[in-house]
Design a protein around this ligand. Structure first.
Ligand SMILES: NC(=O)c1ccc[n+]([C@@H]2O[C@H](COP(=O)([O-])OP(=O)(O)OC[C@H]3O[C@@H](n4cnc5c(N)ncnc54)[C@H](O)[C@@H]3O)[C@@H](O)[C@H]2O)c1
Length: 355
């Protein structure tokens, strides 16, 4: 057996339909008394409802979270936390809101209770991002890892089906790349396989009926496992391409992940055969089937846009992304080669199946 290192992350996880009701108890468990509630402007109303439920445990609601955590937003949120004398943050929302909680925690050490309402997975990682002068810097810091995560699938039913599908495929990408990570290990690979299986089964049902309790629960369960994968092992080509597409072309995060994943998996097909055989099995396919094709078919079934052109990538985008990615590559089972990467991105730009 290949030697490995496995380190578990110390987050407490509370999972279940309606479990938002455990929030006050979880804040008490941390010994905190004044929670600053974070949301996006779109989810402010939910934040205010939750503040009312928390009563005097709520120090205030800060509803200014936006994508990619601009430094000035982080600074304003840190000032607000200090002004209100908050002793913990409750981040309710997707990766953008949890990212804002991380920016506060990085600076102040305030513990975070995360209540994710998308499938992005940030709540399970010690990874933070901050954007200054349009440049996003990311890093790892154990202080930003949420202390407690409440997964309440009921909160995800308002996430529109089309966004749920893309967000679910964003989670799927963490699990697929975990299987061939440089530091892959048997425990994370089990979680990755289970995550892919759960997401592949649940997402079509979520798209059919956004209010399907069983499907929503299973999708969030799969996203939790994918988040552990992302927080535990290194990511590869797919994540490098998506970071470049997001950073340079400002493409929407979840949609870009969903479109690129089949193509990145296809690129690694030969070099990561045993890992991708596991992914194929978990996707409900035969071991010998090509994972890129299975993922592309799943995207089609979910009604996800298939072309990067459709979500705003200009025609020169594939060449430019390939060039930037190859200038500072991540580990990948098959080395980064500019021409084939440009070719895969061109197919993704056109919406063609991986080949
Ligand atoms: N640090 C990490 O480990 C990590 C991991 C994954 C993603 N991210 C970051 O997270 C960001 C993307 O996160 P995201 O994809 O979750 O999107 P998001 O947090 O930007 O949310 C997108 C929109 O959906 C709304 N929304 C969220 N949940 C909803 C719900 N249940 N019902 C209705 N509306 C809802 C939000 O208010 C927002 O307007 C990116 O900046 C990405 O880099 C970071």
């Amino acid at each position: 057996m290949t030697p490995f290192i496995y380190q578990s992350l110390p987050t407490r996880v509370v999972f279940g339909w309606g479990k938002l009701t455990a929030l006050a108890e979880e804040i008490d468990r941390l010994g905190a008394r004044r929670a600053l509630i974070l949301t996006t402007p779109e989810q402010r109303e939910m934040g205010e409802r939750i503040a009312t439920l928390l009563g005097n445990r709520a120090a205030g609601v800060y509803a200014e979270a936006v994508m990619h955590v601009p430094l000035e937003v982080a600074q304003a949120a840190r000032a607000e936390a200090a002004r209100l004398d908050a002793d913990c943050c409750v981040a309710i929302g997707g990766g953008s809101t949890i990212g804002l909680g991380k920016a506060i925690a990085m600076d102040s050490g305030l513990p975070i209770v995360a209540v994710p309402t998308t499938y992005a997975g940030s709540e399970m990682t010690p990874i933070y991002g901050l954007t200054e002068n349009r440049l996003k810097k990311t890093g790892r810091d154990p202080r930003v890892l949420p202390r407690t995560v409440i997964y309440d699938p009921q909160l995800t039913v308002t996430l529109p089906a089309s966004i749920s599908a893309c967000s679910g495929m964003n989670a799927m990408a963490h699990a697929v790349e975990a299987l061939y990570a440089e530091d892959a290990n048997p425990v994370i690979s089990l979680m990755a396989e289970e995550s892919i299986r759960a997401l592949a089964e649940a997402l079509p049902a979520v798209v059919r009926d956004s209010y399907d309790k069983q499907a929503r629960s299973q999708a969030l369960y799969g996203a939790w496992l994918a988040g552990i994968c992302l927080g535990s092992v290194g990511m590869a080509l797919h994540h490098k391409l998506c970071h470049t597409l997001g950073g340079t072309f400002n493409l929407p995060h979840a949609q870009a992940h969903a479109i690129v994943l089949p193509h990145a998996a296809h690129y690694n097909h030969e070099a990561a055969r045993p890992a991708l055989q596991r992914a194929a099995r978990a996707l409900g396919g035969h071991e010998a089937e090509e994972v890129g094709g299975l993922l592309y078919a799943l995207n089609q079934k979910l009604g996800i846009p298939l072309a990067l052109a459709e979500i705003g990538l200009p025609e020169q985008g594939p060449a430019e992304t390939a060039r930037i990615a190859c200038a500072s590559p991540y580990y990948n089972p098959r080395p980064f080669e500019q021409a084939p990467i440009e070719a895969l991105l061109t197919r993704a730009w056109k919406g063609q199946a991986p080949a």
